[in-house]
Design a binder for this molecule. Structure first.
Ligand SMILES: Cc1ncc(COP(=O)(O)O)c(C=O)c1O
Length: 385
């Protein structure tokens, strides 16, 4: 067991050794440009298309429905800006949930600046979008709705299939950010009924800087990256062949390991949660415990500051997070927990523990040994106990 314990896997994950092995040849031997006609190019093209097939199989999609991108942020931006700009003639309302990742929230802010009307759906105190709110928000002007499949801070899983049914009843396209769902819960674009879906390699043991957007056949996008006609005209730029190969392998392993990995992560997550709730007073789990990704636990330690807990745990070699990693460095309250209307004390004391399929039982037990003392000290400093 490494002396450091990493429980921040919703920020990023270690790269699976199988992924590293699969990528290696595309740095030194097979470095061709996938758009070149010669044999170097053909080898790279073949690898890219094999990877596209692996991603498609993982999502239950066709290979010609997968666009490689630089990650979750770009996939979200391409889906939202690409559809909104393309369908401007049809209507000017777009809908999102209030707890989306900044990659979605900021893209929508951009669309608002371009004249679109943006409707933000509220969530309940467990972080779930209400179907009645979706129905109320949909109008003849709506062209797109985006709701994340699983939240990065709480793990709460949204009723995407039901949202898609309502939206399609009105002829509205549906995008879901599945960045935190991939490798944790089954994803099948047909079953979900979505038109666009984002994933990111580094969240499930693939490399950083590569992701994919599923674009249902027939859905047209205006590209946001202009240049050559790569990725069937949807995303210009020389393809990141090694990255795509890594993403493809991550998808293949995730597909094969999914049920075993999910069972293991939820068992360890539940052990961690139960241990914390039983040994540390005034603790509360945030989010929807019935409908949640198996790797995530968001817990508030009332009377303690989340940032102080994070730093104290880091000194003990245990890495956790107070919210989205993208927010790290800014100490403003989480917009996700705020939208759930939790008390100020609950917001301030929130810590996110996120596991991976590589997390061990020993790491969870060690965390449970260390945590009570750390929380007590931080609470004492805060003058609460
Ligand atoms: C839900 C969600 N969407 C999008 C992203 C952005 O993905 P990437 O880091 O690949 O740009 C993240 C990363 O934290 C995320 O958690």
């Amino acid at each position: 067991m490494s002396s450091r314990i990493y429980l921040d896997n919703n920020a990023t994950t270690c790269v699976d050794p199988l992924v590293v092995e699969a990528m290696k040849p595309y740095f030194d031997e097979e470095y061709g440009n996938a758009s070149s006609i010669h044999s170097f190019g053909q080898k790279a093209r073949a690898a890219l298309e094999e990877a596209r097939g692996q991603v498609a199989l993982f999502l239950g999609a066709g290979s010609d429905e997968i666009v490689f991108t630089s990650g979750g942020t770009e996939s979200d931006n391409l889906a939202l800006c690409g559809v909104a700009r393309r369908l401007r003639h049809k209507g000017n309302q777009i809908i999102i949930s209030a707890i989306e990742h900044p990659a979605v929230l900021m893209a929508f802010d951009g669309m608002q600046a371009e004249g679109f009307r943006v409707t933000r759906l509220p969530v309940d105190h467990q972080g779930r979008v209400g179907l009645a709110d979706v129905e109320d928000a949909l109008s003849d002007e709506t062209i797109l709705i985006s709701a994340m499949m699983a939240n990065n801070e709480t793990g709460t899983v949204q009723p995407i299939r039901e949202i898609a049914l309502l939206a399609h009843g009105k002829g509205v396209l549906v995008h879901t950010d599945a960045v935190q769902a991939a490798g944790k819960v089954p994803i099948d674009v047909e079953q979900l009924g979505v038109d666009l879906l984002s994933i990111s390699g580094h969240k499930f043991h693939g490399p950083k800087g590569v992701g994919a957007l599923y674009v249902r056949q027939g859905v047209r996008l205006q590209p946001i990256m202009l240049g050559g006609g790569h990725e069937r005209g949807m995303r210009a730029g020389t393809e990141n062949v090694s990255g795509a190969v890594g993403l493809g392998m991550a998808c293949q392993v995730a597909r094969q390991e999914l049920s075993k990995a999910a069972e293991r992560m939820s068992r360890l997550r539940d052990r961690l949660e139960e241990g914390i709730l039983n040994s540390i007073p005034d603790t509360v789990v945030n989010g929807c415990r019935q409908s949640r990704t198996p790797q995530t636990s968001n817990i508030s330690f009332l009377g303690a500051e989340g940032e102080s807990l994070l730093m104290a745990l880091d000194l003990q070699g245990i890495a956790v997070s107070t919210g989205a990693a993208c927010h790290a460095g800014t100490v403003s309250a989480s917009h996700v927990l705020t939208a759930m209307h939790l008390s100020r004390e609950t917001l301030q004391g929130a810590i996110r523990f996120s596991l991976s399929r590589f997390t061990t039982e020993e790491e969870i037990e060690r965390t449970l040994e260390v945590l009570p003392g750390v929380v007590e000290r931080v609470r004492q400093v805060a003058g609460r106990y």
